[in-house]
Write a protein that binds this ligand. Structure first.
Ligand code: ARG
Length: 251
């Protein structure tokens, strides 16, 4: 009887210790989530695959950076022109959206080091009379709302020259329907849209070159530092180039 009691006591203690141990392990390995805001209609930086998952250069770079920081990535799709507010208000931790670093945006958020470059280009129909940037004067220009294409073109050609759309694909549809004379958008999505649609081409003359970076809330300097450190490592070991090279074939 005594032996049995002793055994039961011993077993109880073992269970109690196991319980403690497990709890401690769980606490230590609890993985933090990095939430990323994007606008997933911007191939090859971000797009939705046939299963509804958001894929692309930004999604993969963010996942690699999150992993380096010991976090898992969660992506939220939203309108491009609500991304800056989403990150500065803390609704998301970071924005990767082929987003160009601009002075104006820097007043609202911090940007990481740049991880890619973009060029604003002009898409026209194959039979268009627009041959160079100079021909844009007096034309109707389609843009994605709140993008640098929108900002530069409305500045250069005036509000009445601009037709704003929710995303680049809809702007390109408007071009095909004859509602606009051209679309100003970043070069890589431009290539994807021209490939996916008949009768379109990209003008040889480029509008403006810009840097893409991640946006992070001003007060979140800890994340900015960790993000930049992870990015630098992934640039040094070739991971970033490999991700970009997977989606953008060198010409
Ligand atoms: N680079 C441009 C900008 O920052 C366009 C980005 C659009 N990105 C997107 N995911 N729709 O304004």
């Amino acid at each position: 009887m005594k032996k049995l009691l002793a055994l039961m006591l011993a077993l109880l203690m073992v269970f109690a210790f196991c319980g403690c141990g497990e709890e401690a392990v769980e606490e230590n390995t609890e993985v933090k989530v990095l939430t990323m805001g994007t606008n997933a209609a911007f191939p090859p930086y971000e797009m939705v695959d046939e299963n509804g998952a958001i894929i692309g250069i930004d999604a993969e770079i963010a996942a690699a950076i999150a992993e380096k920081m010991g976090m898992t990535l969660e992506i939220k799709d939203m309108a491009f022109d609500s991304l800056i507010t989403a990150v500065s208000s803390g609704a998301v931790d970071v924005v990767l959206a082929g987003m160009t670093v601009t002075e104006e945006r820097m007043e609202a958020v911090n940007f990481s080091e740049s991880y890619a470059t973009g060029i604003q280009v002009v898409i026209v129909t194959e039979d268009s009379e627009i041959a160079t940037i100079e021909d844009l004067a007096g034309k109707k220009i389609g843009v994605q709302t709140g993008t640098t294409g929108d900002i530069y073109c409305s500045g250069d050609y005036g509000e009445e020259a601009i037709a704003r759309y929710d995303n680049g694909a809809i702007a390109v549809q408007a071009l095909q329907n004859g509602q606009v004379d051209c679309v100003v958008i970043d070069n890589e999505p431009a290539k994807a849209f021209v490939e996916a649609n008949e009768g379109l081409k990209i003008l040889e003359t480029e509008y403006i070159t810009e840097n893409y970076a991640a946006a992070i809330a001003k007060e979140n300097t800890e994340l900015l530092e960790a993000f930049n450190a992870a990015l630098a490592e992934l640039q040094a070991d070739g991971t970033i180039d490999a991700i970009i090279g997977k989606y953008i074939k060198a010409e």
